[in-house]
Design a protein around this ligand. Sequence first.
Ligand code: ZN
Length: 256
Amino acid sequence: MVYAAAAARRMVDAAERVTVLTGAGISTDSGLPDFRGPKGLWTRDPAAERASNIDVYVSDPDVRRSNWARRAEGALWADVEPNRGHEALVHLERRGKLHLLITQNVDELHQRAGNSEELVVEIHGTTRKVQCLACDYRDEMEAALARVRAGEEDPPCPRCGWLLKAATVSFGQSLNPVDLARAERAAVECDLFLAVGTTLAVSPINMTAPIAVRSGARLVIVNGEPTEFDSLADVVVGGSISEVLPVICGLAALGG
Ligand SMILES: [Zn+2]
């Protein structure tokens, strides 16, 4: 694995435009629970999984009320901080190599770590904001939760009166076509594609990896378990992401 990390590091050193795709694995070391594991959010709380389906959310006021109540009391991810893996990608940006950071995560930890807003594409949205399901109203999640705590069980859109929801892409909702096009373009334009903490199983964003390879980029995969596209990769690095990614991105010394 030291060999693989060293090889990946050399590829990053040689690259000029690195497009990065991150998944849940980079946030695990920040203490974020996954969804479907033994201690996953949905395993422990099946109602939360039902609320993640857009048709159920729209049609069932009980699901919405309990969803808002859970968010308001839970402070779900309030104490979660970025880890060394996130810092490594900030370092990549400071070196002038980061072309685009595409994330499947909805935790905003890349921005909180210090990556520039304009270089981050949240392909599955964010739980830290709310949006209206009818108009283009958008606000901080905290503003909506303040209304819930003040007694509104299912706070409507202040502009048009329709439903508010966390600004995530729920099951049954399409990705933002502008974001998807931007991600695909960045896959074509990069000379190195770095996939981190994702099994590359979620379509269509996983296809950015083969798109990059087809366009001539090198592919480095950093993940604790096998991925769909390991066979396409120039290097696959296993192990703890918060330990190996700083090495690969030049934030930590090799073997240090
Ligand atoms: Zn609205």
